[in-house]
Design a protein around this ligand. Structure first.
Ligand SMILES: [Zn+2]
Length: 386
């Protein structure tokens, strides 16, 4: 079997052909909150092109959309929890507040209040295992519908984030060419430390989209080890300039014998990544920072470099979002739509999504959102099958 490259539209093929002919080398600095890219002409000659830089951050609009979606998801999760407690009250203990109220009423000689939703922890055996397995819980139809909506929203958000990453990668490779180098870092550590910020900016998704776009354009995203290069701790002049994570600007102070370069920490680090060489392209630890080439470029590109390292100089990437309004600058009023849109014929799913309470091997091995065949039962309460 021969695997050919997948289908690409004419516009994509044209864009990639142009990007492949750019003859630039660039460096990328991946980070929890942003992605910085700086590229130079491959010849190192300012006559062949300027220094270009780009910083990808979440725009205010994107941040607001993300926060709103997160709030909605949290609301759905809370509603699911309340519903499960209400249909299985015998599995939960009352909360401390419900307990004290009960005791107070008893002491005052008042009749006990009926508790519809116990808010305390689940009844467990001494080992901490739930007395009744979650999959044996009674779930209401409303619970199942909401769970399907929750899953559909998560799948939709993942698809939108993937789309954004591919669009950004395409714009970056079109401006900087497909020969880029990035610091080899473990995104899992970032998630452990800054999980919430990472799930908003999705740095891993951006970097893998960039790697895929580089390969599709005929180049490669090389990975350089942080231990052998320490890009964030150096200046283009070759001087070692230790910085804590808190320090977001780079300043090679002439008073301390530096070259006077001032710039954004991430952009400087990305510029240095452009000057790393790998003796074996597949082994990140063979990466070395070529100080001579970095220093030469610093001298040749003086003014342009200073500007590029202070702010993004590459054309802005296309706005993300799937509606027409999202493509317009904020504050633009669009003409009102007079005719009705096409009818939605794919309604929300009413059948349960893959049951999260079933053990993993029994789950259908398919994409998120795959539904089980509808059983045709229309009772209000369906007992979950194991
Ligand atoms: Zn310096």
């Amino acid at each position: 079997m021969v695997l050919a490259p997948g289908y690409a539209s004419t516009a994509t093929r044209t864009r990639r052909r142009q990007a492949a002919a750019l003859e630039r080398v660039g460096g990328v600095d991946g980070n929890v909150s942003n992605l910085a890219v700086v590229s130079f002409p491959a010849t190192g000659d300012p006559g062949d092109g300027p220094v270009r830089s780009a910083r990808i951050i979440l725009t205010g609009q994107e941040q607001r959309t993300w926060a709103a979606a997160r709030k909605k998801a949290r609301g759905r999760q809370r509603a699911l929890d309340r519903s499960r407690r209400a249909t299985n009250p015998q599995q939960y203990r009352p909360s401390r507040r419900q307990q004290t109220r009960g005791e107070r009423r008893r002491a005052a000689g008042l009749p006990a209040k009926a508790m519809t939703v116990p808010a305390g922890p689940r009844h467990t055996a001494a080992t901490g295992k739930p007395q009744q397995a979650y999959r044996r819980d009674t779930l209401s139809t409303g619970y199942r519908n909401l769970r399907a909506r929750h899953s559909a929203a998560a799948a939709s958000a993942a698809a939108a984030s993937h789309h954004r990453a591919r669009k950004i990668a395409a714009a970056l490779v079109a401006a900087h060419g497909p020969n880029l180098t990035i610091e080899d870092c473990d995104i899992r550590t970032w998630f452990r430390l800054w999980g919430r910020a990472c799930s908003a900016t999705t740095p891993g998704r951006l970097i893998s989209a960039l790697a895929a776009e580089c390969t599709a354009t005929g180049g490669r995203l090389l990975r350089a080890s942080t231990f052998t290069t320490a890009l964030s701790q150096h200046c283009l002049c070759g001087r070692r300039l230790p910085k804590s994570l808190r320090q977001r600007t780079h300043h090679c102070d002439p008073a301390e014998g530096g070259c006077g370069l001032k710039g954004d920490r991430d952009l400087v680090s990305a510029a240095l990544a452009a000057f790393t060489t790998l003796t074996a392209p597949d082994v990140p630890t063979t990466a070395r920072l070529d100080h001579t080439r970095a220093r030469t470029a610093q001298i040749l590109f003086t003014q342009g470099l200073q500007e590029a390292l202070t702010e993004s100089t590459a054309p802005k990437s296309a706005p993300s979002g799937r509606t027409r309004a999202a493509a317009e600058p904020p504050g633009t009023t669009l003409p009102r739509q007079r005719t009705a849109s096409a009818r939605r014929n794919a309604g929300p799913r009413t059948v349960a999504t893959p049951d999260e309470t079933r053990p993993a091997p029994q789950r259908p091995k398919a994409h998120a959102g795959t539904t089980r065949p509808h059983t045709g039962r229309s009772r209000t309460h369906i007992r979950d099958k194991s």
